[in-house]
Design a protein around this ligand. Sequence first.
Ligand code: 13P
Ligand code: SF4
Length: 342
Amino acid sequence: MTELTTVTPPGVDRFPVRKPMPRAQFDALSREILVLKKLLNAVILAHNYQVPEIQDIADYVGDSLGLSQQAARTEADVIVFCGVHFMAETAKILSPNKIVVLPEKDAGCSLEEACPADKLAEFQKTNPNFYTVTYINCSAAVKALSDVICTSGNAVKIVNASPKDKELLFVPDENLGEWVMEQTGRRMTLWQGNCYAHVEFRRESLLRAKQAYPLAKVIAHPESLHEVRDLADAVCSTEKMISYCQASPSKQFVVVTESGIIHRLQKECPGKEFVCAPTFDAMRAPTDPCLCSECKYMKMNTLEKVRNCMKNLSPRIELPTDIIRRAQLPIQRMLEISARSV
Ligand code: 13P
Ligand code: SF4
C-alpha cells in the first residue's frame, strides 16, 4: 500500500476547522424542525456548501441545478431553502404559489452583486443582437432580462444549444464563461464578474497542495481562475464532484471549492480522503482556525435560523408577478435543455 501523505506545508492541512454543533443541541433543534416540517408540509432543500448540521436535516442536498429541479417538482406547500438568496428566488420563480423561506435574508452572492439589472438592461439596449446566457447566480430581475439560464452543471450543454446565428453574452461570471468557451469552442462576450471566494485559490497555493498530496486527484469548480483550472484533473459543478470522486479509483482528493462540500463528500465516498485546497492568504499566513475557503454568504445560515424561519415563515421570498413571469421562461428553457439526452 502506498503512503499517501508525506509533507504538509503551512496552510494545507488546516481545513475544515469549523467546530461541529454539540450533539444535544443538534438533536433538540432537529426534533423541533421535524415537527415544523410535518405541520407545514415543508421540504428542506440545502446547497452542498451549507454547514454539516443543515445538510444532515435536509430532504435534498445538491448543486444549483439539482436544487432548481427539486423546487420545480416538489409537492410541498413550503420550501425551506438553505442556500443563498438567488437560489431561494429561483425556487419562488419555479413554484410561485408556494411559500419560500430562507434562513438568512442577507445571504447574498458576489456574482449577483456584480451584475445589477439596470446595468445589464443598458448594455443590452446598446447591443441588441446579443443572446444572453445567464449563470443562475444572479437576481430575479437579471433572470427576467435573460434568454436562457445555466448552472455550472449544465453551462456547456446550454451554450452548445444556443442559437448559432447569434452573438452570445455570458453573464455574470467571467471565469465560468471562459471555461465554457474553452469547452465549446464558442466565442462569447463575458460580463466582468467573479466569485470572491473561488478567486482566492491561486496557482501557487494549489501547487503547494499538489506537492503535499502528490497522489491526490485535484477537482476544481469552474468559478476558479484559469491558472487553477489548468492544474486540475477535473473541473466540474459541486454535484459532479460527488460523482467524480465516487467513480474515481483514487483514494485522495484536493478539493478546490467551498469547504462545505467536504461533509457530503465524506458521507458519500467512505474510505476516501478529502483535503480542502488552501487559498493564497491561508498559504502565506495560516491562522487557527482558518475559515478562508468558506463563502461568507453560504455560512450565514445556521440550524437555529432554519428552525426560526420555519416557525415565523419569514424571511419569505416575495417577487413582483411580472418578474416571475419573465424569469420563468429562461429558467424553463434551461430545465428543458438540461433534460435532453444529448
Ligand atoms: P454549483 O451549482 O456547482 O453547486 O455552484 C454554486 C455556487 O454558488 C458555486 O459557488
Ligand atoms: Fe456566490 Fe461564490 Fe458564495 Fe457561490 S461561493 S454563493 S458564487 S459568493
